[in-house]
Design a protein around this ligand. Structure first.
Ligand code: MMA
Ligand code: CA
Length: 305
């Protein structure tokens, strides 16, 4: 390959500067006469054969190549530095964001714990208040129920009193007041029903009420003797109990305990507590457990005129 061709192959620029197309001045070798510059310029283009001995890397070209390399290296370095800076900035920004997020997280956790603490306290207080309200409500309810029961009992007593007065008035006017419904037995101004069938005290009371009567109240030896003659030998519930205050017995007709016929050692409030009174086969009384079922019960009501 000739030198021009070689130099063209080495030159990478597709559009080399015009000076490059010019063949560099040739150093005349020994025995050769340097051609005058004018002649070469007159010649216009060089003949191929005249460049066969031109050097492969002319110094100017080498220098330019070197400069390009340095430029490229500098550019690379600059780019690398820019990238490094950018990366550093990004890392810095990332670190900053992570720190901020961590702070936010800590603050949120603190807030959540404070709120949950406050909520727990409020919850406990609310529970206590609720308990108090429920207790008050239940007290009020039981107070109301007791009041209602007392009022009902007073009303019953009043009704009985009116009936008794009515009978006395009729008798004073000469009427004979000893009429009783069927299956009821008359004694003086009252009628008695001797109920049969297993019942607890409260069930016996309800049975008497269902018959427009009440569990029997006893106020004299004569009345007791009459009952002793008629009662079941297995024992019967009668209308006496000490439910509200232990030892303070109350008759169903509301009258005081003006007569009694307790058995020996009674009332003894034995076992798990005995607040209801039954008449034994002998006619003697015994306080007994209200939930014990007895086979008999005795009701009374006023006789009519
Ligand atoms: C005994 C006596 C009574 C009591 C009953 C309960 C049988 O009589 O202690 O006072 O009421 O037992 O069953
Ligand atoms: Ca007893």
């Amino acid at each position: 390959m000739d030198s021009l061709a070689a130099s063209r192959l080495l030159w990478v620029d597709p559009d080399p500067p015009s000076s490059v197309t010019q063949p560099p001045s040739r150093q005349p070798t020994a025995g050769q006469v340097a051609a005058p510059r004018e002649r070469r310029s007159q010649a216009g283009t060089m003949e191929e054969g005249s460049y066969s001995e031109v050097p492969v890397e002319p110094p100017l070209r080498r220098w330019r190549c070197g400069r390009q390399g340095v430029k490229l290296a500098l550019l690379g370095l600059l780019t690398a530095a820019l990238w490094a800076g950018l990366l550093s900035l990004l890392l810095l920004w990332h670190w900053d964001t992570v720190q901020s997020l961590k702070q936010l997280e800590d603050t949120a956790a603190q807030n959540v714990s404070q709120v949950s603490k406050a909520l727990k306290q409020q919850d406990a207080e609310f529970s206590r208040n609720l308990d108090r309200v429920v207790e008050n409500l239940s007290n009020l309810k039981s107070l109301g129920l007791n009041e209602r029961r007392r009022a009902f009992e007073s009303l019953e007593r009043l009704r009985l009193e009116v009936d008794k007065l009515w009978v006395e008035l009729r008798e004073a006017n000469g009427s004979r007041c000893g009429s009783c419904p069927e299956q009821w037995v008359n004694f003086r101004r009252k009628c008695y029903y001797f109920g049969q069938g297993s019942k607890k005290w409260v069930q016996a009371r309800n049975a008497c009420r269902g018959l427009q009567g009440q569990l029997v109240s006893i106020h004299s030896q004569q009345e007791q003797d009459f009952l002793t003659r008629h009662v079941s030998r297995t024992g019967s519930w009668i209308g006496l109990r000490d439910l509200d205050i232990e030892g303070e017995f109350v008759w169903m007709d509301g009258n005081p305990l003006d007569y009694s016929n307790w058995g020996p050692g009674e009332p003894n409030n034995g076992g798990q507590g005995e607040d209801c009174v039954m008449m034994q086969g002998s006619g003697q009384w015994n306080d007994a457990f209200c939930y014990s079922p007895l086979d008999s019960w005795v009701c009374d009501r006023l006789a009519t005129c």
